[in-house]
Design a protein around this ligand. Structure first.
Ligand code: ADP
Ligand code: ZN
Length: 208
């Protein structure tokens, strides 16, 4: 496969699914959110610019995203895209680099999004995700994997989560129909356990 696109609201579990799926399907996992947070942490020009949008839950402008991710789309291996494309312009831009085999839509209700994201904690060192309600770390405030400090993303506050969800509905949700029209959309129930989501996704892609 050349490219699989993950669609779904913030907090629907794209990152968690992407890691396992990429491994199994031998795809390179590209998360634009992780790439941007890395730019922010390194204090690059792009990071400084992107942070203005990210902290308020707004989308980073399409051209910045396409410039950042474009070079990673043309390697010899296929890609699993997590958090990209998020607008119609990005979806069209993507097609100039590579064909898309499938759009995998992780469905999740707004209430569940808010519940999950407000209890999410992330490792400062390795980026591992925890959830205080469903997947707490063994030791308070420390990463199980590397011992790093856990923090709450600045965009995981209740107000910014609400804004991100609205932006998702307006700009990104229409991509579901976009890929449906192309006949390459598959749906997975994102409210299930990570194992169930993974199993469903694999079989859905087998039929894609
Ligand atoms: P989530 O999916 O949980 O909202 P991400 O980590 O994917 O979080 O993205 C965090 C933020 O990074 C977004 O709210 C947005 O500001 C920015 N971002 C990530 N990917 C894109 C993209 N493809 N286009 C525009 N902005 C993006
Ligand atoms: Zn860690």
């Amino acid at each position: 496969m050349k490219a699989v696109v993950l669609l779904g609201p913030p907090g629907s579990g794209k990152g968690t699914l992407a890691e396992r799926l990429a491994d199994k399907l031998d795809l390179v996992h590209l998360s634009t959110g992780d790439m941007l947070r890395d730019e922010v942490a390194r204090g690059t020009d792009l990071g400084r610019e992107a942070k203005k949008y990210m902290d308020g839950g707004e989308l980073v402008p399409d051209q910045l995203i396409l410039d950042m991710v474009g070079g990673r789309l043309t390697g010899p291996r296929g890609v699993l895209l997590d958090g990209f494309p998020r607008t119609r312009a990005q979806a069209e831009g993507l097609e100039e680099y590579t064909a898309v085999d499938a759009g995998l839509f992780l469905e999740l209700s707004r209430d569940e999004v808010v519940r999950r994201l407000s209890s999410r904690r992330v490792c400062k060192e390795c980026g591992a995700n925890y959830n205080l309600l469903t997947k707490p770390p063994a030791e308070d405030g420390r990463c199980d994997r590397c011992g790093g400090e856990l923090y709450q993303r600045p965009d995981d506050t209740v107000e910014v989560i609400a804004r991100r969800y609205d932006v998702y509905l307006k700009d990104s949700a229409p991509l579901v129909e976009y890929y449906e029209k192309k006949g390459i959309l598959v749906r997975v129930d994102g409210s299930r356990s990570p194992d169930d989501v993974y199993t469903q996704a694999l079989s859905a892609l087998g039929n894609a």
